[in-house]
Design a protein around this ligand. Structure first.
Ligand code: MRU
Length: 356
């Protein structure tokens, strides 16, 4: 999508320099910095410390991490285990690593780097195509609302499930981008998404760069807006959706889904098939929930008056902070899942049909 009117993606391989490049998302919206990933340790750091984040993007980064491992002659099993341990919740990480490990079983050692690079490039290309298709399917839902009401469609989203969470297009925001390109008037309510503020920092930056009207709200406002008919639909992404349709996504998604259910507002989840864990039958019971450093809760980052990024403490000395990064929304609260293969019910029979 666009950044200052130039098309950019979140990760790419530069053939003439043999470099994998990413945007360092920790600095957005204050600085746009492109960095290189040269070692497996740098790949692990990038995923763990969230230079790259968002379920599909960490899967693609893991795939390039395996190319880097093969190029640097690191043991591939060790590299795969190390990369897989960086973040526990998004299933795209193990999905991409398994895809690579199973595809290279019969490949000669000296051909491994080129073969893995081909696979990583393919995973990246597929992510773009799949997200674009999610956008085209989800667009129909937005168009329907516009044709019925004949006024701008108000959409609430949580966290960042835009192009920065994928390679391009995004998942939850892909329908928004496609609708905007098709001249459907839209306004997006952007949840702050504490503790790391992906809504304020990333989603608003994406929407502003695409000239899509949006308003930023703190995390607890959504319910009030729903009671006053200011939201037509919610769309979020997912880090791991269980085979029964339970959706794991950024912490706070569950509370928005409850409020949407109470107010009879559709709650859609854009879910690429790479984010579906067909091996987990019950999301609440079995999806591992990442707990991150408590400093993300006790501190907050922003620009000071000298335009320098600063981190400040916002809690009393000695306060105990707990940082759960994700929650699970039971399938009964999900109106539909928007996948690259079409719009489906969040239940096991519909989800199992996606397998083939
Ligand atoms: O912790 P993050 O920033 O990686 O969390 C991202 C989300 O929760 C997204 O909603 C999810 O990965 C779906 S992204 C297309």
């Amino acid at each position: 999508m666009l950044v200052q009117n130039k098309h950019l993606t979140t990760i790419w391989y530069e053939q003439n320099t043999d470099k994998v490049k990413i945007i360092d998302q920790r600095l957005i919206p204050f600085e746009l910095k492109i960095i290189e990933l040269n070692t497996v340790d740098e790949v692990c750091f990038a995923i763990k410390e969230m230079q790259v984040r968002g379920a599909p993007l960490i899967g693609v980064t893991a795939a390039y991490g395996m190319y880097i491992a093969a190029r640097e002659k690191v043991d591939l099993k060790d590299a795969s285990e190390k990369i897989n341990a960086t973040r526990p919740t998004a299933v795209n990480l193990s999905w991409a690593l398994n895809k690579i490990m199973t595809s290279i079983k019969d490949i000669n050692t000296n051909e491994l780097p080129i073969k893995i690079l081909e696979l990583a490039n393919q995973i990246r290309e597929d992510d773009i195509t799949n997200c674009n298709n999610i956008g085209k399917h989800g667009y129909k839902l937005i168009k329907e609302v516009y044709e019925k009401n004949d006024k701008p469609v108000n959409i609430l989203t949580h966290c960042n499930a835009g192009w920065l969470a994928t390679v391009d297009w995004g998942t939850a925001l892909a329908p928004v981008f496609v609708a905007h390109k098709n001249n459907i008037p839209i306004h997006v309510w952007v949840d702050e998404t504490r503790p790391r503020n992906q809504g304020f920092n990333l989603t608003s930056w994406e929407l502003l760069n695409e000239n899509i009207p949006n308003s930023l709200i703190v995390d607890n406002v959504g319910g009030h807006l729903m009671q006053h008919n200011k939201i037509d639909m919610c769309i979020t992404g997912t880090d791991r959706t269980a085979s029964n349709g339970d959706v794991c996504n950024k912490i706070g998604t569950y509370l928005k889904a409850l409020a949407a259910y109470d107010n009879e507002i559709p709650f859609y989840v854009s879910a690429p098939i790479s984010s579906i864990d067909f091996n987990i039958e019950n999301g609440i019971r079995d999806i591992p929930i990442e707990q991150r450093n408590s400093e993300e809760v006790s501190h907050i980052e922003g620009l000071d008056e000298n335009n320098k990024i600063q981190k400040i403490k916002i809690v009393p000395e000695g306060a105990q902070c707990v940082n759960y990064a994700f929650d699970v929304t039971p399938a009964k609260y999900i109106t539909k899942l928007i996948t690259e293969k079409g719009i489906i019910d969040a239940n096991s029979s519909s989800i199992s049909r996606l397998k083939n």
